[in-house]
Design a protein around this ligand. Structure first.
Ligand code: E4P
Length: 218
């Protein structure tokens, strides 16, 4: 499973890149707002300069024609931009047009197998399942990821499944077990993934024991 960073905060992206574990970035208007980036184009271009893997940028038009126009414009901003298109009727139409133009679509705001299946048939490169938001309303988001991965494998659909709306490190474990191709994780969750109290205790104890040896020898 690959890991994308789910943020529009360039400092977080730079930090995460240094760790060598992320291979893409996903943004959305809420993340742009949180990062204080009203300069949409500049923000996407800055992110694309840091991350050479796919960087997802969302379109906002409600109609297919507007989505396609926006997507064509945004896809000129950098070679590695993927366009986030919502899982709606208009989104399907836009996805099928953009796929024929070789513009990578991240079919987003997906909450059902049917939505993901239609997005894949329309030619989306990725489909983003919002696991946390499903969990929030009492549905098992990760079970859905598992089912979609199984169906895509069964019918040899090439669309990659992104486990999105990740809230905590256990979601990452479950996404990997469910066979998600990608999990897009917030920076704080990425940091939590590497933490283990026994590692911290072990590092401290090795350092202390080494001090004891060197003191005894001195
Ligand atoms: C990623 O593509 C999604 O936009 C993001 O994971 C949504 O996360 P949220 O449900 O925490 O807003």
């Amino acid at each position: 499973m690959r890991i994308f960073l789910d943020t529009a905060n360039v400092d977080q992206i730079r930090q995460a890149k240094r760790l060598g574990v992320i291979s893409g970035v996903t943004t959305n208007p809420s993340l742009m707002f949180q990062a204080g980036r009203a300069d949409y184009r500049a923000a996407i271009q800055e992110i694309c300069a840091i991350e050479s893997g796919p960087v997802s940028a969302e379109v906002l038009s409600p109609e297919a024609e507007g989505m396609v126009e926006e997507a064509r414009e945004v896809s000129k901003w950098a070679a590695n931009v993927a366009i986030k298109i919502p899982a709606t009727v208009a989104g399907l139409e836009a996805t099928s047009i953009l796929a024929r133009e070789n513009i990578k679509v991240n079919f987003t705001l997906c909450f059902s197998l049917n939505q993901a299946l239609l997005g894949a048939l329309a030619g989306a490169a990725y489909t983003s399942l919002f696991v946390g938001r499903l969990d929030d309303i009492g549905h098992d988001g990760m079970e859905l990821v598992k089912e979609i991965v199984e169906v895509f494998n069964k019918y040899k659909l090439s669309t990659e499944v992104i486990a999105a709306s990740i809230r905590h490190p256990l979601h990452c474990v479950a996404a990997a077990k469910a066979g998600a191709h990608i999990a897009t994780v917030p920076y704080n969750v990425l940091m939590q993934m590497i933490q283990h109290p026994l590692t911290s205790i072990g590092v401290t104890r090795f350092a202390e024991d080494w001090q004891r040896i060197t003191r005894a020898e001195g």
